[in-house]
Design a protein around this ligand. Structure first.
Ligand SMILES: *Cc1c(COP(=O)(O)O)cnc(C)c1O
Length: 348
């Protein structure tokens, strides 16, 4: 859900963007974005008009090449996506495969110490199963082994504490449509100094996804190609609001909504299916007779409430309830009352 002020901006005319005014807006966006992820002084932001997956692919193309050896944490759909990207580009990679709902521990990492890896790819929150990884553990491992650390923080940013400097992260991938709560269409890659150096050295075989041009044009608050101007206007307002409240307070607010929901569903035949929850979503396994995808459909068709269904092998066993964006405790109550009603009618 988007805030009213943000929706209003979305209904206005789109200005011409090769102007000083728009450049200033972009420079402010970059400054506020760096502040939100607690990046180093020298960090820069790539503003990419494309969905999060494009930012994942572009980041890998710009930070690595066939001389690299990458370690991927794969606990679900988004971990698999990193692997697919590496394979398509012919980049050497190995996966740490986790079961659905399983957390990453030191034991998983131990056998990869001193094995000549050069990069580490992780989705801080594996959104498909709702597992939040221990970023301190990952950051320490990467520092010890001198690995370029790429974090897809798309679904955890603003929902869970995130500190790019503390976790030794070189590149952070974000997207407009999760907790930033803007329309889909833009993604953002925050690069520290080391990652920028690599971008400048790399030879990327792509026009649109070559970060060199973005870094250069970004110095004067521009992008090489026409961006989703409307979303960038909304982004500035959103970042200003977050900056006013404080990023930690924003995270606390999402945590409060998540906790409220998790308390309210106690007693319903639904099991929370993750041992390390993000505040962004609650993954739920129905323990009654009704499969998860039926519950999703019923909520949508009979109560006008959207939860997030799972795809593939998890479609019948798991659905997720999101806590990001402009949601309130009353929204939680409305959903929980619908679930209670369904339970009475034998639909849960
Ligand atoms: C939503 C999401 C993405 C982005 O997917 P797109 O549909 O390409 O925007 C990537 N990674 C994670 C962890 C996500 O939750």
């Amino acid at each position: 859900m988007m805030e009213q002020d943000i929706l209003k901006i979305g209904s206005e005319q789109i200005p011409y963007f090769r102007t000083e005014q728009f450049s200033n807006l972009m420079l402010e966006n970059e400054m506020l974005m760096n502040k939100c992820v607690k990046a180093s002084e020298s960090a820069r932001v790539i503003f990419l008009t494309a969905s999060g997956t494009a930012a994942m692919e572009a980041t890998i193309m710009n930070l690595f090449d066939t001389s690299d050896k990458l370690l991927i944490v794969n606990g679900g759909t988004f971990g698999t996506r990193f692997k697919e990207i590496c394979d398509i580009h012919g980049f050497l990679s190995e996966e740490i495969c986790l079961d659905h709902g399983e957390i990453l521990t030191n034991q998983h990492l131990e056998s990869y110490e001193n094995k000549n890896f050069t990069g580490f790819l992780i989705n801080m929150h594996e959104t498909s199963t709702g597992v939040l990884y221990d970023m301190e553990l990952v950051g320490d491992f990467c520092k010890r082994n001198n690995l370029m650390l790429v974090v897809d923080a798309i679904s955890s940013f603003l929902a869970d504490r995130y500190d790019m400097s503390e976790y030794n992260v070189n590149a952070t991938i974000l997207s407009s449509q999760k907790a930033i709560a803007l329309p889909p269409g833009m993604s953002f890659v925050v690069l520290d100094g080391k990652a920028q150096e690599r971008v400048l050295r790399n030879n990327v075989k792509s026009l649109y996804f070559n970060f060199k041009n973005y870094l250069l044009d970004g110095l004067r608050g521009q992008t090489p190609y026409t961006p989703a101007v409307g979303i960038l206007l909304q982004l500035r307002e959103r970042l200003r609001i977050i900056d006013n409240i404080g990023v930690d307070k924003t995270v606390e607010e999402v945590a409060r909504i998540a906790q409220d929901f998790r308390t309210k569903i106690k007693g319903l035949p639904l099991m929370i299916a993750s041992s390390a929850l993000s505040n962004a979503v609650t993954p739920l396994k129905p323990i009654g007779k009704v499969p998860a995808d039926e519950i999703f459909k019923c909520l949508k068709d009979h109560y006008q409430i959207y939860v997030c269904p799972n795809g593939g092998s998890l479609s019948k066993v798991l659905f997720r309830v999101g806590h990001i964006g402009a949601l309130t405790e009353d929204d939680n109550s409305e959903l929980v009352n619908a679930l209670i009603d369904m339970n009475k009618k034998g639909l849960l």
